[in-house]
Design a protein around this ligand. Structure first.
Ligand code: SF4
Length: 315
């Protein structure tokens, strides 16, 4: 599969007030990622690890502080014109908040077609009905408003609206986190089907390892703004090499259980305002040793995965 989306040394900073001072918080710190055409890449990690900031930066909702994002070989500008923005679309955790409650499903689907001048006249209605078919919603719901839809139906409308502009990449940020188990399974099946039928490329962000395991071709694990392990899903779930991923998997023995605070040194990750020296994971790592305090581990290839740990050779 060819590379479709490429992220190089991406950094995203925020300025926050802390103890009466304004300080820099680096939410994404030097992330390199490649997303291949037609794959579903999972991004996992605890709350605050930077995965949602990375997602918002990919779609252009957040400006990067440094680094590069390329799509199909084209470097994406910091300020993206509409023709560029439509190439990467996003769906969110709560489709209820991203759909205008005053608009019917038909109006929600017509809006992107009109903004991007993708259909007119009879073509609009035909395209709207085609989109309903793509997300397996009955056409009788076209005149419904979001409040009369279930959570799963609202998420299908959000997906249809994102697909209306025929994006190259769909970024799904916790897209099933607010759904019950039945609706979650249905939306995951829909995304898998759309990947097959449309050749859709998806970046799927989740805190739920079992969801990622069932859907994604490859998985990137983030900790405190950085990728610490990346590889094929079957490979890294069968043989997690980074102590953080090992801990996450140990904390999620049951299918469907979300990532809990891992059984590590300290319940919470350190603050991004004061990340630890050396390896950022060292304050919670049961295997930390002297070198981890002073030297940051690089992401290196080990056994088909990329791992950022000084002990990667022993894995
Ligand atoms: Fe643990 Fe050290 Fe590896 Fe970091 S580099 S994960 S602290 S062993």
């Amino acid at each position: 599969m060819r590379t479709l989306l490429e992220v190089e040394d991406l950094r995203v900073d925020f300025t926050v007030g802390a103890h009466g001072r304004r300080r820099r918080l680096r939410a994404v710190d030097g992330v390199d990622l490649v997303v291949r055409e037609g794959e579903i890449l999972g991004l996992v990690g605890e709350s605050g690890c930077g995965k949602s900031t990375l997602a918002r930066t990919l779609v252009g909702l957040q400006a990067p502080s440094g680094g590069r994002i390329s799509l199909g070989g084209d470097l994406l500008p910091r300020r993206r014109p509409a023709a560029v923005r439509k190439r990467i679309q996003m769906i969110f955790q709560d489709p209820g908040s991203s759909l205008d409650p005053r608009h019917t499903v038909r109006e929600a689907l017509l809006a992107p077609l009109r903004v991007h001048r993708l259909a007119d006249g009879a073509g609009e209605e035909a395209r709207v009905r085609e989109l309903m078919g793509l997300v397996e919603l009955p056409e009788r719901l076209l005149d419904a408003k979001p409040r009369s839809l279930s959570g799963g139906q609202r998420q299908r409308v959000a997906i249809a609206r994102a697909l209306a502009v025929e994006p190259d990449v769909l970024v799904a940020d916790e897209a099933v986190a607010a759904l019950d188990a039945s609706a979650t399974g249905a939306i995951l099946n829909l995304l898998a089907d759309l990947r097959t039928s449309l050749g859709l490329t998806v970046v799927f962000i989740s805190h739920d390892l079992s969801v990622v395991r069932g859907l994604c071709d490859r998985v990137a694990v983030m900790y405190l703004g950085r990728v610490v392990e990346l590889g094929r899903t079957a490979e890294i779930f069968a043989r997690p090499r980074h102590p953080y991923l090992q801990a996450l998997l140990a904390a999620v023995p049951r299918v469907g259980a979300p990532i809990a605070a891992p059984p590590l040194e300290g319940d919470e990750p350190p603050s991004l305002l004061d990340p630890p020296s050396g390896c950022r994971f060292r304050t919670r790592c049961p295997a930390a040793f002297d070198r981890c305090v002073t030297e940051e581990p690089a992401l290196v290839t080990r056994g088909g995965a990329l791992v950022a740990c000084h002990l990667a050779d022993r894995c």
